[in-house]
Design a protein around this ligand. Structure first.
Ligand SMILES: N[C@@H](CCC(=O)N[C@@H](CS)C(=O)NCC(=O)O)C(=O)O
Length: 219
């Protein structure tokens, strides 16, 4: 069984998958797709043949391609069930998936680079208007995530209890992006504590941008 993950150090959706691979101790080949503005490899013909949506990550398993981080992680979960990244209780499992989808479907797409770029290029949004757009969706999303964690009512230290689940995999990259951009995150203390716990876990550390082979030496 060989896995090839098309990703980039600054690929928050890919970081979700990298964390799952490391938690499950699954070896994989790291295939770097440089999505930085100066390169935009995702727009070239070679990557277009991998993912017609031209987004990373994509996983190749024995030559077959799978896209979308949540689908990839759930596929890995089926083939490598230990350690489980979903609770076995059907309602809890659905709640973990709902948390992950809040990030993947309701927050991240609105603040993705291509969307932000489009607002500037097609609608002449200036920097202030772009920032307003970005912060609006970030705040709504973080409020929802903080509330979902509170509602889960566990003692932690992870989103849904004592062990990492898919929810934590999706929370960390999103939260870290907002932290890096200097957003005020003081209204979300539960998320902060969970992210701190995750950032001390070896699998999350291995998946972090600065530990990827394409992370620039001078960054
Ligand atoms: N829903 C996708 C999102 C993937 C995604 O948006 N990837 C971003 C980087 S985090 C990307 O490839 N951006 C390149 C671009 O916007 O052109 C998933 O979960 O895999």
């Amino acid at each position: 069984m060989t896995y090839r993950l098309h990703t980039f150090h600054a690929n928050s959706a890919g970081r979700r998958v990298r964390t799952a691979l490391h938690l499950k101790n699954i070896p994989f080949e790291y295939v770097s797709v440089d999505i930085s503005p100066g390169s935009q490899e995702q727009l070239g013909a070679a990557y277009g043949a991998i993912n017609p949506m031209r987004l990373i990550p994509a996983l190749e398993h024995d030559g077959v391609i799978l896209t979308e981080s949540l689908a990839i992680i759930e596929y890995l979960e089926e083939l490598h069930p230990d350690p489980a990244l979903y609770p076995s209780d059907p309602m809890k499992k659905a709640q973990v998936r709902a948390f992950a989808m809040t990030v993947a479907a309701a927050i991240h797409p609105l603040n993705n680079t291509r969307v932000i770029k489009f607002l500037g290029q097609e609608y002449q949004f200036d920097q202030a208007a772009v920032a307003k757009w970005y912060i609006n969706w970030a705040d709504k999303g973080l409020f929802a995530l903080e509330t979902l964690v509170a509602r889960a009512g566990t003692k932690g230290p992870y989103c849904f209890g004592e062990a990492p689940t898919v929810a934590d995999l999706f929370l960390v990259p999103q939260y870290m992006n907002y932290q890096k951009l200097g957003l005020d995150l003081t209204a979300y203390p539960r998320l902060k504590a969970i992210v701190e716990t995750c950032n001390a876990h070896p699998a999350f550390i291995k998946a972090a941008p600065e530990n990827q082979p394409d992370f620039p030496a001078d960054a």
